[in-house]
Write a protein that binds this ligand. Structure first.
Ligand code: CMP
Length: 140
């Protein structure tokens, strides 16, 4: 399988509960390497831009409020089949449906406060990485 890069956010609910290290360990144990990583506090405009694809969904307003409530960690993960692997490690969007051992099963509070975001496809990964990182910040 090819080496890929994917985009990941450790969301406010997890950062607030001091879970950055525990969540990074899950990624690293699965063979995903953080090649770029920073802690930021998203502005409303940035969160609305990032989640623009969901702007007509009923949960959009609440999602944006949750994402700007406090800092997040944005990162690029690299590894074999990283896009799918990241989604496996995260578990289902709704923690009620997440498998044992996944980040969301272990840490998520609700579908909105579900601790992590991850790109769902190669095109999304490329767009989301560019949204937060310059090329010279990706230091493999
Ligand atoms: P994420 O992977 O960050 O992508 C969009 C987010 O919207 C999702 O995780 C959830 O946290 C949030 N969300 C809230 N309600 C829903 C819903 N009903 N369906 C999908 N996503 C939802």
């Amino acid at each position: 399988m090819a080496i890929e890069r994917t985009f990941s956010i450790i969301k406010p609910d997890a950062v607030r509960r001091n879970l950055i290290g525990k969540i990074l360990t899950k990624f690293e144990d699965a063979g995903l390497r953080p090649i770029a990583l920073k802690k930021i506090h998203m502005t409303r405009a940035r969160a609305e831009g990032f989640y623009g694809v969901h702007k007509d969904r009923p949960f959009f307003g609440e999602l944006v409020e949750q994402m700007i409530a406090s800092p997040v960690v944005v990162q690029v993960l690299e590894g074999e089949g990283a896009i799918l692997k990241n989604r496996d490690v995260m578990g289902a969007t709704n923690p009620a449906n997440a498998a044992e051992g996944t980040i969301r099963k272990e840490f998520a509070l609700s579908i909105g406060e579900n601790s992590v975001h991850g790109s769902d496809a190669p095109e999304t990964a490329a767009r989301e990485i560019k949204f937060f990182f310059n090329d010279d910040e990706l230091v493999g």
